[in-house]
Design a protein. Structure first.
Ligand SMILES: *[C@@H]1O[C@H](CO)[C@@H](O)[C@H](O)[C@H]1NC(C)=O
Ligand SMILES: *[C@@H]1O[C@H](CO)[C@@H](O)[C@H](O)[C@H]1NC(C)=O
Ligand SMILES: *[C@@H]1O[C@H](CO)[C@@H](O)[C@H](O)[C@H]1NC(C)=O
Ligand SMILES: *[C@@H]1O[C@H](CO)[C@@H](O)[C@H](O)[C@H]1NC(C)=O
Ligand SMILES: *[C@@H]1O[C@H](CO)[C@@H](O)[C@H](O)[C@H]1NC(C)=O
Ligand SMILES: *[C@@H]1O[C@H](CO)[C@@H](O)[C@H](O)[C@H]1NC(C)=O
Ligand SMILES: *[C@@H]1O[C@H](CO)[C@@H](O)[C@H](O)[C@H]1NC(C)=O
Length: 201
């Protein structure tokens, strides 16, 4: 595991920005094309949130979703991005092609509701490239939705996998939206409003 893994709260991330950016800026001159994925999971049409297009993940060529099901609930109280979800009933990976070594922000969005699957029942682990991101994760008792989990990960060039592992009790894991993009000051500041919801446990 030569890969570095930083699990910081967004709050800590913000506090450490000046130091963090000074090292990033040195690195960024070597980068030309930022890698980025903004994915509307389980969806067949793209959704735009705050100017950012979240691409539908049905039939995508640039990433693969693994063996899974698509569920939806189009009730008006659910924000459009979260009306669809991808459901895993067995351990399986979402995989992305990463073109350049770098420090990436990975965000997982969860919003529970009733659908063909009862997303409130989900209980699962999530790992990425061998690192545990979420353990015995459940949002049954969350007081607010969406629940957004954010990670700063050093990802090497090549295949990047996010593995969803349902617990034997629930046999259900899901995700509503995924973001993977190179960490740089523009995007971190753009997304600063997510800070409070990201820490909602
Ligand atoms: C969704 O957006 C992607 C990337 O911008 C584009 O290639 C694709 O055609 C769009 N799909 C739909 C269904 O609009
Ligand atoms: C990415 O990092 C690996 C080692 O971690 C190195 O072998 C490879 O050359 C790097 N690739 C680029 C494009 O910098
Ligand atoms: C969508 O959610 C609402 C409220 O939770 C629920 O009453 C409804 O049955 C759900 N729709 C589907 C198709 O499951
Ligand atoms: C997660 O759940 C498994 C199975 O119920 C249990 O053995 C394990 O101790 C739990 N781990 C944590 C960190 O809660
Ligand atoms: C959710 O809350 C109920 C009632 O407070 C509690 O019995 C249950 O263990 C909680 N479930 C989880 C997954 O935390
Ligand atoms: C989830 O992770 C915990 C802690 O590593 C582990 O005890 C549990 O067995 C894992 N659950 C599954 C279904 O792999
Ligand atoms: C940060 O990301 C934005 C959006 O992709 C891009 O326009 C900008 O050039 C990037 N900045 C650096 C320093 O890489």
């Amino acid at each position: 595991m030569e890969m570095l893994h930083f699990r910081k709260s967004l709050f800590q991330l913000c506090l450490s920005l000046p130091l963090y950016f000074s090292s990033l800026l040195l690195l960024s001159s070597a980068y030309t094309v930022p890698d980025k994925y903004f994915i509307n999971c389980g969806a067949s049409s793209n959704t735009t949130v705050n100017g950012q297009v979240f691409v539908a993940d049905s039939n995508s060529l640039s990433f693969s979703t693994g063996k899974s099901e698509e569920v939806r609930n189009t009730s008006a109280w659910i924000p459009e991005l979260y009306q669809t979800a991808r459901v895993y009933r067995q351990p399986c990976s979402y995989s992305f092609e990463i073109d350049q070594n770098g420090t990436y922000i990975v965000r997982l969005h969860f919003f529970a509701y009733l659908s063909r699957a009862n997303l409130y029942d989900a209980l699962f682990n999530v790992s990425a490239s061998g690192f545990s991101l979420l353990t015995n994760f459940s949002i049954r008792n969350s007081s607010s939705f969406p629940v957004i989990k954010e990670y700063l990960l050093t990802i090497p060039q090549g295949k990047f996998r996010i593995q969803f592992i349902p617990s034997q009790d629930s046999s259900l894991a899901f995700v509503n939206a995924i973001e993977v993009f190179l960490a740089n000051e523009t995007r971190i500041i753009d997304y600063a409003p997510h800070v409070s919801s990201a820490r909602n446990n």
